[in-house]
Write a protein that binds this ligand. Structure first.
Ligand code: SAH
Ligand code: SF4
Ligand code: F3S
Length: 434
């Protein structure tokens, strides 16, 4: 018997890349590849890349430069680039880094087994087509390997919104939804493997229309025995329909956490971003969601220093943050992306953008800290995911997606433990098992 070939995957970017990496490992498993966490062991190194900001894209080339010497010790070692940089830059990658054997865009992963076979024969392979089919549909299910208790499940991919700054509509293509029957099948399969929480993924997940709406899908998933928790991400404010809002008040398994990016609090900037909502319509939406689920924890994304952003525009963003009080929020300095409409516009000076980013992040951190501190003394449910760093400690997630360390660990992995919070920190909570 020949030893299995080893596959090392490094994942950048969003949760959909995390999901895709798992499925790519499964697809290549059929080709005799076994995943390894040890770089030096690898026969194939696959970088699953992100193109969202300039820094993210440039990381790929510096990483490839660093990895290349590994081939001196192992001439048969293959390098592959997958994900959004592969889609956006295609052949350019092989030109900039000739060591690369394989470039594969996110819509072509179901062809990976054939591609890997060609690469092993010494061919260079590039595939960045946009087929209409479900990219993992033909993937034969592996034997029922156990899974961690919380899993991602892609239900929708692509985006038709074309925000003026964003590469996603170009790298992931038009919105496509997976049929609900297939999603439900995958959810049942995950439950059989030990999964108790799924996060439904989509670049624009609430635009889901796979034979039913996202609210309909959530209601169907809630009927799956053994599946205890449902989350979804990322949503667009314009696709939050009444049924989805109501589901937050009606479906117990739907967790009280919502990531709803707004990007800016200034209507002028929102318009220039092509967001097609206003700060007021966004705030109204949150009011309606909080009316059905008062304790919901809000999270969001912000871009600071978008072209033309004035101090007054930025102050409007700060004011929106003060009104919403996010439990978590991600803020980024604007990064011009080639091929997007905003890339043509005059940029805000970097030092001004940096300074605004710091002010925004300080405000967000202050709110996050206050919300975490307010959890002290409360009883929460924690899905236990793994052992913590300290002996006896277990780590999991609360309903609100807080990372929670449980100190006296009679808790088992996969258990939903009732705990009392004893301490709040900025990024996590400490609890006692009840
Ligand atoms: N579909 C999701 C995810 C988009 S990417 C959504 O609509 O929210 C995640 C975040 O990256 C975005 O919400 C935005 O805040 C940020 N982002 C996207 N393009 C960017 C750019 N060119 N510069 C800086 N941040 C960007
Ligand atoms: Fe990008 Fe906008 Fe689509 Fe989100 S909604 S993926 S920010 S274009
Ligand atoms: Fe990045 Fe592509 Fe996700 S650009 S954020 S990996 S969709």
């Amino acid at each position: 018997m020949t030893a299995p070939k080893k596959l090392f995957i490094k994942t950048y970017g969003c949760q959909m890349n995390v999901y895709d990496s798992e499925r790519m490992a499964e697809a290549l498993g059929g080709q005799g590849y076994e995943q390894t966490q040890v770089l030096e062991e690898a026969d194939m190194i696959l970088l699953n890349t992100c193109h969202i900001r300039e820094k993210a894209a440039e990381k790929v080339y510096s990483e490839l430069g660093r990895l290349k010497p590994l081939r001196d010790a192992k001439p048969d070692l293959k390098f592959g680039v997958a994900g959004c940089v592969a889609q956006a830059e295609g052949e350019e990658i092989m030109r900039r880094q000739p060591a690369v054997d394989l470039v594969v865009g996110p819509q072509s992963y179901h062809r990976l087994p054939e591609m890997a076979a060609k690469v092993e024969m010494g061919e260079a392979v590039l595939d960045t087509d946009f087929p209409a089919e479900d990219k993992f549909e033909h993937l034969e299910r592996r034997p029922k390997a156990r899974r961690a208790p919380a899993a991602f499940l892609t239900v929708q991919e692509g985006c038709d919104k074309f925000c003026a700054f964003c590469v996603v509509p170009y790298t992931r293509g038009a919105e496509v939804s997976r049929p609900a029957t297939r999603v439900l099948e995958e959810a049942r399969d995950l439950v059989e493997r030990g999964v108790r929480e799924v996060t439904l993924l989509g670049q624009n997940v609430n635009a889901y229309h796979g034979g039913m709406t996202l609210a309909g899908l959530i209601r169907e998933l809630a009927k799956v025995d053994g599946l205890e928790r449902i989350r979804y991400t990322t949503s667009h404010p314009n696709d939050m329909d009444d049924d989805l809002i109501n589901a937050h008040g009606e479906v117990d398994k739907l967790m009280p956490y919502l990531h709803l990016p707004v990007q800016s609090g200034s209507n002028h900037i929102l318009k220039r971003m092509n967001r097609s909502h206003t700060a007021e319509s966004y705030l109204k939406l949150i009011e309606r969601i909080r009316a059905v689920r008062p304790d919901i924890l809000m999270s969001g994304d912000f871009i600071v220093g978008f072209p033309e952003e004035t101090e007054a525009d930025f102050e409007a963003t700060m004011e929106l943050v003060r009104q919403v009080r996010y439990g978590y929020a991600y803020s980024f300095k604007y990064s011009a992306r080639p091929g997007t409409p905003a890339a043509e516009r005059k940029e805000v000076p970097a030092d001004v953008a940096d300074e605004r980013l710091q002010r925004l992040q300080a405000l967000i951190t202050q709110h996050q800290r206050e919300i975490q501190d307010n959890m002290v003394g409360r009883e929460l449910s924690v899905l236990v995911e793994k052992a913590g760093r300290k002996p006896g400690q277990m780590l999991g997630k609360s309903e609100y997606l807080h990372a929670v360390h449980i100190e006296d660990a009679q808790a088992r992995i996969g258990e939903i433990a009732r705990v009392r919070i004893v301490k709040g920190m900025t990024n996590s909570l400490t609890a006692r098992h009840l």
